[in-house]
Each structure stands twice: as C-alpha cells, then as structure tokens.
Design a protein around this ligand. Structure first.
Ligand code: MN
Length: 284
C-alpha cells in the first residue's frame, strides 16, 4: 500500500453567494484551485440568521452536479422539475444539472445554527447535456458506522473500504465514481482506509485539526482547510484533538473546463450557448 501524503493546502476564504449567504470557499476560489473532477467546495456555518436568511433564490446550473450536505439547520429545495426536498440536519441532496436545472434553496428557520456544505462535481463531456435529475437523501438513508480506531463515519456517496469491510453509501453509479464520507474522531484516533489509486482525493477539516499522511511525514491540516492528497491507494489521518472532516475522492476527467458562474462546459462556444439558452428560456 502507498499512503497518500498531504500535497497542497487550500485555505478557505470568506465570501458570499446566493442572495448574500456568508460562506467559506476552498476549492473553486480561483480557476487554478480545482481538483479534477471537483470544481468547488463551500462550507457555510453560522449561528446568526443574517448570514443565511436570504438563501439561494431561483438560479440555473448546466454541465455538472451539485451536492448539498447539511450538518445543522433546515433548507427547502425546489426546482423546475417540481421536486421539493427538505434539507434537514444530517441529510444530503444530489442534483445532476445536466443540460439545465433552475432551483432554489431557502432557509426554513428564522434563527439558530445553519451549517453544511455545497460541493460541485464536474460531468464528463458526453453527459453534460443529459436530462437533469434530483435525489433527496434523508438522514436515515446515510449509513453510519463506528470505527475500530475510535470515532464514526457516515458514507454519503460511493463505497468505503475500512476496518476490513465495505460500507456503501446511497449514491452509486455516477461515472466519476465519487466517494464522499463524513468522519468524526476523538483526540488521537487514527483513521485509515483504502482509496482508489488514480482518483483525485482531498480532505476538508471542519472541526479541530488532523495530521495527514504516513506517520513519519505527516503534515498538519487545520479547520477550514482543504488538503489535496498525493497519489497512492490508502489514506491515513490522525486526529490532533477532536476532529471532524470530509474525505472526497473521484476519477479525474482530464477534459478542458470552461466556467461562467453556474455553467461549466468544455468550450467557450458551449458557455455562450448556455447563456443564450438561459436568456431565451431554453436552458431546461
Ligand atoms: Mn444551486
């Protein structure tokens, strides 16, 4: 086994999106800060309604997938296909924009904590114009397991190989084979799992800090930082105090990426077509 090392740290930066929701963006803060096929990762976390109450009113997407994973709070998703999904604490939403979707995500609370993530994953060129689809994943559909080394893991997408067995998440069959897991570790606990060789992978710490990589050359990854992992077929991290993190991996596409806001295509012509289609009411 080759243990992946911490190759690059992308510190998240405070920004806002939607109608003024405050968030921290790590991947996607600049075009060079993507990790094929991952385009963007936002973390939102606030106890103050002013930071989230405006929500994400109707807006379009084309050419990729958006994933929302809620830790705390309540949002309502609605889209042009007629889907309605309650995003409650511990739930996820997997939306394949394909040729186009218009949706909103609006807070269903006037106070209290709102915390979670939005992840954008690219689609291969041959799937960018497929019909949009949506999946609402309630908390009880996300398997959770205690880890041999201490702590717990939840598997949202893909199949995790850990402690000598496999744990399959509800999202399967995506062509980039994404793995998305949420791990909580007590102080000093070590988490190690297999990770497909050749897949891009990164860790995002949202509480505490981790030592990432083989024991003799581990590097520290702090809260609100994304750590891009080197090649290898195993990941190993140790909690530096209590820690909570996401681990993400997927098969890179190796295709050109041209992005204009919520449209992600392969060429400028395709972006101009997306803008024209949206203006003409023909995106979806
Ligand atoms: Mn959206």
């Amino acid at each position: 086994m080759t243990t992946r090392k911490l190759q690059q740290i992308i510190r998240s930066i405070p920004t806002s999106d939607g109608a003024g929701v405050k968030l921290r963006r790590s991947l996607g803060q600049a075009p060079g800060m993507r990790l094929d096929p991952f385009l963007m990762l936002d973390e939102f976390s606030s106890e103050s309604a002013d930071d989230y109450i405006a929500g994400f009113p109707d807006h379009p997407h084309r050419g990729f997938e958006t994933v929302t994973y809620m830790l705390d709070g309540h949002m309502l998703h609605q889209d042009h296909l007629g889907n309605r999904g309650d995003l409650v604490s511990g739930s996820a939403q997997w939306m394949t924009a394909g040729r186009g979707i218009i949706h909103s995500e609006m807070p269903q609370q006037q106070s209290g904590r709102m915390r979670g993530f939005q992840l954008w994953i690219n689609l291969p060129a041959r799937e960018k114009m497929k019909p949009a689809s949506y999946r609402d994943i309630p908390p009880e559909a996300i398997p959770q397991r205690s880890l041999a080394g201490g702590g717990q893991v939840k598997v949202i997408a893909g199949t995790l190989a850990v402690d000598g067995s496999k744990l399959a998440g509800p999202i399967q069959g995506i062509s980039t084979e994404p793995l998305l897991i949420d791990v909580r570790l007590p102080a000093g606990a070590v988490f190690a799992s297999e990770l497909a060789a050749g897949h891009s992978a990164f860790v995002y710490v949202y509480e505490g800090a981790l030592a990432v990589g083989p024991a003799h050359e581990a590097r520290t990854l702090a809260a609100h930082e994304a750590g891009v992992l080197s090649a290898g077929d195993e990941v190993c991290v140790r909690a530096d105090g209590h820690a909570a993190f996401l681990l993400l991996a997927a098969r890179p596409l190796g295709e050109p990426v041209v992005q204009y806001g919520p449209f992600v295509m392969n060429t400028r012509d395709e972006i101009e077509q997306a803008i024209a289609d949206y203006r003409n009411g023909q995106l979806v």
